[in-house]
Write a protein that binds this ligand. Structure first.
Ligand code: EPZ
Length: 417
């Protein structure tokens, strides 16, 4: 089992290239079920992407990954696909549920393993199923599988989500893509990754518009071949901005769009981190005297839950008492016990974490529990005294491409052992 060894207290300095977005790539890869030939560029070569391409191959789609060029060539020329997503592939990557919408839309049937929960929460899919039923699908749950059928074509309709859900919004868009008539989705998630999916779908012939949290899809049968460049990963960027803030001299992030992370930049500037940007690049300078902060995680454009564990590490270095209210997932404080073993002063009450700073963290052997918790332990290791060893870094490899190389290039003392 691989581990990361970090020797803390090095200042990082230099340039970090941000990879393509995992959370934009996964729904767009699922959407490839609707297409014939595709080239997807700027794909992040992280574990979840390989799991999704394994799932697409299992379904019968040809996926050629070019690691050198960070691209995937999709050939989906078979008449009939295997409309099953098995437990062994969906259990390790919950986004496997996203093939449900496109399989149902194109073949009128799908059998998808229930994704089940994960470390951060029970992760129900009731909103996904509600939307598909409204589009005319018949759904039953049997032996841990979702068995969906649509007698005729799915039919456009009006759907209002009672709760904002990224995945349910994406599944509904994919299912409605070739439904008969017009589908209006209300109270949708508007994360940049959802918009990247819409941009991609419009490029293959879709007629999808959005205004605020309303998305209107005119069903279409005509599908074009295309090539598409995936957007940058704003959560990876946010993670490294925080790294720069807590132990950076000056870090440059080329080819990123600061407009997509306005809330994060506004929030992080309040802690004293110096963030500036020009048309295509972002510059961050570390701050010796970080200021405390109270935040709550919210759907976009609020502060993202996927940066909650990371900003908590920053708060351990800020002067005073900071608070984080986690509103999205019911169990997303798994990193707290490990951070406390490194000396952090954090208390949890219901879904609110109270963090006292500044505290000197000391290196320790710690264990990753989920993707974002694992990267918060890396951030803590970078500023802790002595050595930190992080176990179970397969969690990290699901969503961060070549993390230790990117940090080592900026003079961090980090290696995989
Ligand atoms: C997406 O997960 C992301 N994953 C998550 O990133 C991210 O944390 C999350 O959105 C919130 O932004 C991908 O895009 C692959 P949700 P998703 O449906 O779609 C509840 C990472 O670290 N809910 O927006 O699963 C749910 O329990 C991952 O990269 C229902 O109740 O999130 C949660 O409390 C982690 N019923 C809330 O909604 C449903 O049917 C938001 O979940 C679906 C969700």
């Amino acid at each position: 089992m691989q581990r990361l060894l970090i020797k803390g207290k090095n200042k990082i300095n230099g340039t970090i290239n941000i990879s393509g977005s995992k959370n934009a790539s996964l729904p767009i890869l699922a959407a490839s079920i609707l297409t014939k030939k595709l080239v997807l560029k700027n794909i992040p070569l992280v574990k979840d992407i390989f799991t999704m391409t394994d799932l697409l191959r299992f379904i019968g789609i040809k996926c050629q990954i070019s690691k050198k060029k960070n691209l995937i060539k999709i050939n989906n020329l078979k008449k009939n696909l295997n409309t099953v997503a098995p437990y062994k592939l969906v259990k390790t990557m919950r986004a496997g549920i996203l093939v449900l919408g496109p399989l149902l839309a194109k073949f009128g049937k799908a059998k998808i393993s229930l994704p089940g929960g994960c470390a951060i929460g029970s992760r129900p899919v009731d909103l996904h199923l509600m939307a598909l039923k409204k589009l005319g699908a018949r759904i039953k749950i049997k032996n841990g599988y979702i068995i969906a059928k649509s007698p005729g074509n799915l039919r456009g309709t009006n759907i209002t989500f009672p709760k904002i859900s990224v995945g349910a919004t994406e599944n509904a868009i994919l299912a409605a893509f070739c439904a008969e008539g017009i589908t209006t989705l209300n109270n949708c998630a508007i994360e940049p990754e959802v918009k990247d999916l819409i941009k991609f779908l419009n490029k293959i012939g879709g007629k999808i518009k959005f205004k605020n949290r309303k998305i209107i899809i005119v069903g279409t049968k005509k599908i074009l071949n295309t090539s598409y460049k995936i957007m940058f990963d704003r959560i990876e960027l946010g993670t490294y901005i925080i790294a720069a803030g807590i132990c950076g001299k000056k870090i440059k992030f080329p080819n990123v769009d600061a407009n997509l992370i306005k809330t994060e930049i506004k929030t992080l500037k309040k802690t004293g981190i110096n963030i500036s940007f020009d048309k295509n690049n972002l510059f961050v300078e570390g701050c010796e005297k970080l200021k405390k902060l109270n935040i709550k995680t919210e759907p976009y454009p609020g502060f993202p839950t996927d940066l909650q564990a990371q900003i908590m590490v920053l708060m351990t270095q800020a002067k005073g008492i900071s608070k984080i209210k986690e509103n999205i997932f019911e169990n997303r404080f798994m990193h707290v016990s490990e951070l406390k073993r490194m000396g952090a002063k954090i208390n949890i009450r219901n879904n609110v974490a109270t963090i006292e700073g500044p505290t000197n963290l000391s290196g320790a052997e710690v264990m990753a529990t989920d993707l974002r918790a694992s990267v918060s332990l890396v951030l803590a290791g970078l500023i802790a005294e002595n050595r930190t060893i992080i176990n179970r870094i397969y969690h990290l490899d699901r969503g961060y491409f070549s993390l230790e190389k990117k940090l080592k290039n900026c003079k961090a003392n980090i290696k995989r052992i």
